[in-house]
Design a protein around this ligand. Sequence first.
Ligand SMILES: Cc1cc2nc3c(=O)[nH]c(=O)nc-3n(C[C@H](O)[C@H](O)[C@H](O)COP(=O)(O)OP(=O)(O)OC[C@H]3O[C@@H](n4cnc5c(N)ncnc54)[C@H](O)[C@@H]3O)c2cc1C
Ligand code: SF4
Length: 577
Amino acid sequence: MQKDSSSVNVNAAGVAKNTYDAIVIGSGISGGWAAKELCEQGLKTLVLERGRNVEHLKDYPTATKAPWELEHRGRMPRKFLEENPLISKAAGFGEESAHFFIKDKDHPYVQEKPFDWIRGYQVGGKSLTWGRATQRWSNFEFTAPDRFGYGLDWPIRYNDVAPWYSHVEKFIGICGNKDGIEAMPDGEFLPPFEFNCIESHLQKKIKEHYKDRHLVHARWAHLTQPTELHLKQGRGKCQARNMCMRGCPYGGYFSSVSSTLPWAHKTGNLTVRPFSVVHSIIYDEQKGKATGVRIIDANTNEATEYFARIIFVNGSALNSTLVLLNSKSSRFPNGLGNDSGVLGKYVAFHLYRGSVSASIEGFEDRYTYGRNPTEPILANYRNLHKQDTDYFGGFTTFVGAYRPRGSEDASETELGAPFKSALSKPGGWRTYMYMQGETIPKASNHVRLSDTEKDQWGIPLLVTSVGYDDNDEKMIKDFLTQSSEMLAKAGCLDISPYDTHQAPGLDIHEMGGARMGRDPKTSILNGWNQVHHCKNVFVTDGACMTSTGNQSPSILYMALTARAASHAVEELKRKNL
Ligand SMILES: Cc1cc2nc3c(=O)[nH]c(=O)nc-3n(C[C@H](O)[C@H](O)[C@H](O)COP(=O)(O)OP(=O)(O)OC[C@H]3O[C@@H](n4cnc5c(N)ncnc54)[C@H](O)[C@@H]3O)c2cc1C
Ligand code: SF4
């Protein structure tokens, strides 16, 4: 049984021992950034992480294994799949990466509507399993909800975040090309990965047929040419092995474990406490601010309190919302900072249902060597200056072309010399496009705490009530039509549009729950990611998202985190917190 956290009585010596300048909840992509920035500013910082510790190099058990060294050759046993039907659907999940994903039964939640919530609970969070696409938002995205009237206006604009994007990009290393596209602003790029011959062909054909559509090189968190700053982090050049989800021993892609956390550690100001499930944030009514965080030790079920002047909440969108909802006091009976009642509401996600695949002939004399861990990007071309479709929002399209190893007849024989011989022949060229679309935040798409069910640490389970709407259906239809048309114009054959009809959540870009805004009556956070009604608490992960835009979100969370940390330190100096 977990001990009642309200019974934790810490004496003065205990309080002093458990007191830091700052506490960060979660050690993933955004938490790692909070830790780095706060530690560099001289703040003694405690990072509380619910999962186990993961150390760079040491804890990548499969990183250098050949397929035949994996017990099941990369496939998960049927028993595992039956016991974990949810997490095993995740992109990139397999025998070689399973150690960075949770197991379904260990972390239950209630799906009021189908919602596949993909999680990685460990030091480093999902920075160890993310896909690493990192495009900047444009001002179109920051202003669209207000311009077209489908949501709350963001309290910030592109120019507020641009310097922080640069700050983050230089540190983590992003490859890409400066393309001068309004819908996807350029950043601080290392050299890009090159296109293969089909990708170049598609780029040329799309340009020929559409003035407003631009297929560009991948913008991805990979070190194609490390700078001094990356080498100082102990990271090296990406070897294009494309085995990133196992953890990269070269530090070739960005993760908290290879980059921000070790950097924070070097300052001497960082303490990381794994196996610490944050139960709630402690609010002091007399002081009118948060004073600390209550945790339950994941192994012993012991409740402990830690104290600090500022608290950064970085548990990932829905977990951060859960922590805020569970932080109840007589001042905030509905969750910390929730005077408006919008906490948990306006959850949205990225639309990934649509994809189109095709074949293309005429390039049989060409082949590519090596593995490219990135994908070219077709920048959003919908609803930019004006609304030009019958739905709101836009979509980024990821594009790729490959030549499978093995001719078609390889599938007809699965054994012996004929199979080996078939595998040595290159197959035909294939190409694909898949969407990453904006969805519209709505009050009805929400999460809340269960009234009846709790987890093994006595914390109410999260109820997810998030679904698709007509806007989504229209966008999918448009994407499938447009992408099929582009591929046809490029001379592709066997064009197959496909709607997965997958549940939300599997897109792995859940956002909102504690959105930013100017008015405390309609939002939880202000333009600096501070809780309007509890200014020393900052929420800088996906929970803060007022709308979803169509670019990959994590680089924005990092930029917002660095910006908020800088503001927090300034406010501490001014004695405002
Ligand atoms: C397969 C996959 C591919 C992806 N591809 C991309 C991509 O290409 N580009 C992109 O931008 N994004 C991508 N994402 C999404 C990206 O991983 C997330 O947006 C990002 O990790 C969110 O950062 P975060 O800090 O909010 O959360 P996380 O990185 O998930 O970290 C949150 C941490 O908080 C901890 N935590 C949670 N609750 C508590 C609690 N109560 N107490 C203590 N600790 C807690 C968790 O254990 C975790 O370690 C992908 C995700 C997946 C799974
Ligand atoms: S592709 Fe690059 S980042 Fe990914 S595992 Fe290989 S070397 Fe590491």
